[in-house]
Design a protein around this ligand. Structure first.
Ligand code: BES
Ligand code: ZN
Ligand code: ZN
Length: 494
């Protein structure tokens, strides 16, 4: 799909469809919509009066062969209340317009900017929404339901001299999100830890990143006992994927940001095996790793003035004959000893060694992302990412980035009382919380035991990395959540 900037006046653009949005308010025939009403000889205002055009969120009003326009269709999308309108809504509207028109066989359309949302930042947002909306999950379907494709979208009515750069940024972020979603959607027989490492290596080389893939031998030499404990139940060997972006000038004492992502290419639970119902979804348990790879892919192109390292421990969690068992004790790379209470709490184990390795590589700041706990879905459903971190100021800076990226994240507590719950009788810590409740928080505390005093953010994306239902703006399946926030944060930390 091509996206380009259009400078012709909207009335004369020859296209399959012209698209803009309408707010839910009394005087909704205003600005660009009033211009359209005038151009079409007053075809829009009566729809508002009759109750067909209300501006309710994602309401679609489609006119064919509108008088006065060279476009063959006019699509008006409801944008909801104007005082609640943010870039998050703008991104979704752009995406919804694409999916709506695509399903009707439209090949090219024009997005017409509204007054107030016609600057470079808005254009970037619209491009992000369009690219993400164009993704489909049907990789292995022989007969594609969606042989329908959008060839080209033009963006009209934008103003400013930095539009071209904004368009490139928007496309890059959308593409990186889709790149990660393609990986997350892969079934585990098509994406083992070794294949994931190959895919990451190919991407890293293309993006100009330094690539280092640790195989099982080097993982053993580094004494990554927590990762090896998880991997020993599978015939597939583990990998640790390390991609490094180094800016042209690195000042002494400058921050080094590490992005550590959980990549369990399939989580059966191990000996503490999961129920069969819904287990097929556990192919997305590498979503945190894909997120970090997608983020560093975008960072490589945006070239911020900060060194960024992606560290992605990758393994299967299987109940093979050599699998670790409840009660076993593992020694992590940092030297801490871990009592395995439940082999299904494996994500925190591989992150422990991923974080230790990131610190060994010189990380001064950490972010981890993981489909870590079912408990975060109990707390926040599939609406917000659970965001943990210390110190609090560091977390707050990250939440600011999430806000500007339009990704919903909610701060979670990490008080010392929760640390008590992961004390073990036999080892330094246990891999699940004692007592009931707080499962997402005790999991975060486990990871903090390895981040220690390094500024650290932990994103539990178990609830938000996968959509079970189609959204008007996004196909069901992997979402690619958190990439835009992480990229924004890395750029601002530099
Ligand atoms: N990968 C799961 C978490 C998960 C659950 C992700 C559902 C997406 C959807 C993780 O490894 C896990 O199994 N966590 C356990 C921890 C428990 C054993 C303490 C959980 O949340 O049930
Ligand atoms: Zn698990
Ligand atoms: Zn898992």
């Amino acid at each position: 799909m091509q996206i380009q900037i259009e400078s012709q006046p909207f009335a004369s653009i020859n296209t399959d469809a012209l698209v803009t949005y309408v707010f839910d308010k009394d005087d909704r025939i205003e600005g660009a919509v009033a211009d359209l009403d005038k151009q079409t000889g007053g075809k829009i205002a009566p729809l508002a009066k009759s109750g067909e055009l209300n501006g309710k969120p994602f309401e679609m009003v489609l006119l064919h062969y509108p008088q006065g326009l060279a476009a063959r269709r006019l699509l008006l999308i409801g944008a909801g209340k104007s005082d609640k309108f943010t870039h998050a809504e703008l991104r979704r509207l752009a995406g919804a317009s694409l999916r709506y028109l695509k399903s009707r066989g439209v090949k090219k359309f024009v997005w017409l900017a509204r007054e107030k949302e016609n600057n470079a930042a808005s254009l970037q947002t619209v491009a992000e929404g369009l690219v993400a909306a164009d993704f489909e999950s049907d990789t292995y379907r022989s007969k594609k339901e969606n042989t329908k494709n959008i060839d080209s979208v033009s963006l009209a009515g934008f103003q400013g001299n930095d539009l071209a750069a904004a368009l490139e940024r928007g496309k890059l972020l959308g593409d990186s999100q889709n790149w990660a979603r393609t990986l997350i959607n892969e079934p585990s027989n098509k994406l083992t830890p070794r294949i994931l490492a190959e895919r990451a290596e190919a991407m890293g080389k293309e993006a100009g990143l330094a690539v280092d893939i640790l195989d099982e031998k080097r993982i053993e030499e580094l004494k990554m006992g927590a990762l090896l404990g998880v991997a020993q139940g599978s015939v597939e060997p583990p990998r640790v994927i390390v991609l490094t972006y180094t800016p042209a000038i690195v000042k002494a004492g400058a921050p080094v940001l590490a992005l550590v992502g959980k990549a369990v290419t399939f989580d059966t639970g191990g000996i503490s095996i999961k129920p069969a119902d819904g287990m097929e979804k556990m192919k997305y348990d590498m979503g945190g790793g894909a997120t970090m790879l997608g983020a560093i892919r975008a960072i490589a192109s945006l070239k911020p003035a900060i060194k960024v390292i992606a560290v992605v421990p990758a393994t299967e969690n299987m109940p093979g004959g050599r699998a670790q068992k409840p009660g076993d004790v593992q020694v992590a790379m940092s030297g801490k000893t871990i009592e395995i209470i439940n082999t299904d709490a494996e994500g925190r184990l591989i992150l422990a060694d991923g974080i230790a390795y990131a610190k060994k590589l010189g990380a001064t700041h950490l972010i981890d992302a993981a489909t870590l706990t079912g408990a975060i879905m109990i707390a926040l459903a599939n609406v917000h990412v659970g965001a943990f971190g210390t110190p609090r100021e560091y977390l707050d800076r990250f939440l600011d980035s999430a806000k500007s990226a339009g990704e919903k994240m909610w701060p979670m507590p990490i008080d010392d009382e929760y640390q008590e719950m992961i004390k073990s009788n036999i080892a330094d810590i246990r891999n699940t919380g004692s007592g009931k409740g707080g499962g997402a928080i005790t999991a975060a505390w486990f990871i903090k035991e390895f981040a220690e005093d390094t500024p650290w953010i932990h994103l539990d994306i178990a609830g938000t990395a996968w959509n079970d239902d189609n959204k008007p703006w996004l196909a069901k399946g992997p979402t690619g959540i958190a990439i835009r926030s992480i990229v924004d944060f890395a750029t601002k930390l530099s």
